[in-house]
Design a protein around this ligand. Structure first.
Ligand SMILES: Nc1ncnc2c1ncn2[C@@H]1O[C@H](COP(=O)(O)OP(=O)(O)OP(=O)(O)O)[C@@H](O)[C@H]1O
Ligand SMILES: [Mg+2]
Length: 284
């Protein structure tokens, strides 16, 4: 039986609203700055268990705290109250078992390094030998379909290719968990669908646990095994969890899928409008 690789217990997060723009500034310890002296909680009493190998989707209104939760699980931010565990160990900082893929590939990959060197970068930091690095980079590039573009620089790549570089770089470090915050959000519809299909193949092959935020309900139903839906902020929590009952590959146009999407949409509307103090609904 699958065990829980991520567990979130009674998590609450409060930001210091005065310092909102400083989150990713250099030379600032977020813990010192974001002590949380604004009035309300962004997230309040979030509970979650994700099994190993699961493809888990997060859906919720803009501003409800999806990125905040992912940043806490990634170890970039600390909870104000509550605890997050990875394989039973409390998360206090980023770790090699948790890879992160951001929405904006441009800010994540290095423009001065070619594709090969971008993917190799983390492996150099891990002091792997040249031969080891080569084997891993070549496999990762093959996996994302970039083997023929290894020598190109980011400026010579399309948006979808840059996102593939980011995914390859994360996978090269072989994390057990991939944390992805709207990774396909900036791509056109066609590229997005191609990357979704490629990513399902990569997930199946690598058996990683995926935590994936999207605004796109159809993407959620196309990719995920389980969908967590947030209520609106402030005091947002995961209010509903839905299992997606379809095998892969899924047929986005089919009547069953369309019907299921309508059900998810209704749950999402309900969650956005729900009274903040009601309990978690697991009836779906
Ligand atoms: N550093 C910060 N300081 C203060 N408030 C913040 C900070 N970062 C985020 N917030 C607030 O926390 C709430 C949740 O933000 P978050 O980015 O987690 O939402 P989200 O669900 O990812 O939204 P979106 O779907 O638009 O990406 C918002 O109200 C936001 O204004
Ligand atoms: Mg976000």
């Amino acid at each position: 039986m699958a065990t829980n690789i991520i567990e979130v217990n009674g998590l609450c997060k409060q930001y210091d609203a005065k310092n909102k723009n400083l989150l990713f500034s250099k030379n600032i310890n977020p813990d010192a700055v974001f002590a949380g002296n604004s009035e309300g909680y962004v997230l309040k009493d979030v509970n979650l268990a994700i099994s190993e190998g699961e493809f888990h989707i997060f859906l919720g209104a803009s501003g409800c705290g999806k990125s905040t939760l992912l940043n806490i699980i990634a170890g970039f931010l600390k909870p104000t109250i509550g605890e997050v565990r990875c394989e039973g160990v409390p998360i206090t900082k980023p770790g090699p078992e948790r890879g992160v893929v951001f929405q904006n590939a441009d800010s994540a990959i290095f423009p001065w390094l070619n594709v090969y060197k971008n993917v190799e970068y983390g492996l150099r930091m891990q002091h792997k030998s040249k031969a080891e690095r080569r084997a891993i980079v070549e496999e990762a590039l093959e996996l994302v379909g970039l083997s023929d573009h290894a020598k190109k620089h980011p400026a010579e790549l399309s948006g979808g290719m840059k996102q593939r570089v980011q995914i390859a770089r994360s996978i090269a470090s072989d994390p057990k968990i991939l944390i992805m915050d709207e990774p396909f959000g900036a791509l056109d519809a066609q590229t997005r669908r191609t990357l979704q299909d490629e990513f399902i193949r990569i997930w199946k092959k690598t058996k990683k646990t995926i935590l994936f935020v999207t605004h796109d309900l159809q993407e959620a139903v196309y990719l995920g095994q389980k969908i967590s839906i947030f209520s609106a902020s402030p005091d947002a929590k995961i209010i509903t969890q839905i299992e997606v009952p379809f095998d892969y590959p899924r047929l986005p146009g089919s009547s069953e899928v369309a019907e299921f999407e309508r059900g998810v949409h209704a749950k999402l509307e309900e969650a956005i409008n729900v009274h903040k103090d009601s309990g978690v609904d697991k009836s779906a």
